[in-house]
Design a protein around this ligand. Structure first.
Ligand code: ATP
Ligand code: MG
Length: 423
């Protein structure tokens, strides 16, 4: 027997029953973003591999083991984007929209990471990313976090998510903290797990967010990163915390929050939920003041975040919200008799001409009984029935599928028919 071809592991189909939730979320979030003056940008899904190596950092999980990298026909190494910030910065430098300017941008689309697939973790997943360029102060940090909070507010999930914030200071601060942390870890090598040993000299800061409880206990005895912060970073962070407090945003300072990418500095934050098991982070972001310069642009302060849409959908489903749209279909045209098909299509077109929002399905083929069953199945409230007689007399039978009530109208009474369909 021929084995059916299946989707690639970790890459899933998003079926129409789920798309209802996706569209609901996307529409709400687009509204929020535009209410803060953010503009959409569309970026390629593939970029040169060197872009990600340079932007994300060679010793991060993403670059070390999660990238989908191929050679194209020309022998160039290209990579399916694992995140959106690098491409956005690349575009900004390429088109000159960052130099001496301020930009509020957002994007939506698939990202690719070669990870072990599990609930809330896929190899193709979707993010909405938000990036602002050109503002130095903690006010934009606060605005972005408040914006993210508004996203949860419009989706009705504020009680299920919690904000964690931290400051990881400048690169110099992290370098001196790195030395202190390595020194501490070297004295406790016996309790470290393989993952920690692997990261100890390459990316020791990532050990701070190890999921291993023994490691977390051990870290209680290590000096916290905040002891190393300079005055400027402290002031920035204190200012941000005050802005959040004064705007009624509850947060927890998590001194171990470092984030997985190299380009961050000062503010980092995550929104986490307890409702999704270990894949609990639904949104993460931070400041990346050095990245534009590092990528060859003019020094430009920047901050951004990304929402993991797959996890957001899972969260909405878990907390048992019902997303049945009011009306999938307004009217289902049932046509009996071959010669009637043309009239059926014409009636549907006339209705759509008069009101582009009306949702009509025209039946093709099958007998009357089947047509009624199909009308029911797609949730149509009204059936519009056309037979030879109705076509000859320019009439249509309108049947309410719930009550069974029927009336006959002239096909030319489009406004009246629409009124019934859309009531
Ligand atoms: P994690 O620690 O869960 O791997 P991350 O720090 O790698 O997350 P980011 O790079 O900050 O994730 O991406 C932002 C958001 O995108 C995450 O908070 C998460 O909601 C989502 N995300 C990241 N990787 C995946 C994935 N493989 N599948 C589904 N969603 C993901
Ligand atoms: Mg990850």
């Amino acid at each position: 027997m021929v084995k059916n071809i299946q989707a690639i592991r970790g890459m899933k189909d998003y079926l129409p029953s789920d798309i209802i939730i996706w569209q609901f979320i996307e529409e709400k979030l687009r509204q929020v973003l535009s209410s803060y003056g953010y503009n959409e940008i569309r970026l390629p899904i593939v970029e040169y591999t060197s872009l990600f190596n340079k932007a994300i950092g060679n010793i991060t999980d993403i670059v070390e083991k999660e990238m989908y990298t191929f050679k194209d026909n020309n022998g160039e190494s290209i990579t399916l984007r694992p995140e959106g910030t690098a491409g956005c910065v690349r575009a900004g430098i390429e088109h000159g929209f960052l130099y001496n300017q301020q930009q509020r941008l957002w994007y939506i689309g698939p990202m690719f990471r070669y990870e072990r697939p599990q609930k809330g973790r896929y190899r193709q997943f979707y993010q909405i990313g938000v990036e602002s360029f050109g503002w130095q102060g903690p006010d934009i940090d606060a605005e972005l976090i408040i914006l993210s909070y508004r996203c949860w507010k419009v989706l009705g999930i504020t009680e299920y998510v919690k904000l964690e914030v931290n400051s990881i200071g400048s690169l110099e601060v992290r370098n001196s903290y790195r030395r202190s942390l390595i020194n501490f870890l070297e004295h406790h090598k016996d309790v470290l797990d393989d993952d920690c040993i692997r990261r100890m000299y390459t990316n020791p800061l990532r050990i701070l967010d190890s999921k291993n409880p023994t490691i977390q206990k051990l870290l209680n005895y290590a000096l916290p990163l905040s002891n190393f912060l300079d005055k400027k970073s402290h002031a920035h962070f204190d200012n941000l915390c005050t802005l959040l407090k004064n705007n009624g945003i509850k947060y927890k300072v998590n001194e171990r929050l470092v984030r997985g990418l190299d380009y961050y500095n000062d503010t980092v934050f995550e929104w986490v939920t307890n409702n999704l098991g270990s894949q609990g982070t639904i949104c993460g972001g931070g400041r990346y003041d050095g990245l534009v310069k590092q990528m060859g642009g003019h020094p430009t302060p920047a901050i951004g975040f990304a929402i993991g849409l797959d996890r957001l959908v899972l969260l909405l489903k878990t907390i048992n919200k019902t997303f049945q749209p009011k009306n999938i279909i307004d009217g289902y045209i049932i046509a009996s008799g071959k010669s009637v098909q043309c009239a059926a299509i014409q009636l549907a077109e006339k209705l759509r001409d008069s009101d582009p929002t009306v949702k009509i399905i025209t039946n093709f083929g099958s007998n009357l009984k089947k047509q009624f069953a199909r009308a029911n199945k797609c949730g149509a409230r009204i059936a519009l029935i056309l037979g030879e007689h109705e076509v000859q007399t320019d009439q249509v039978i309108i049947k309410d599928m719930r009550t069974g009530n029927q009336q006959i109208l002239a096909q030319s009474e489009i406004t009246k028919i629409l009124q019934i369909l859309l009531q």
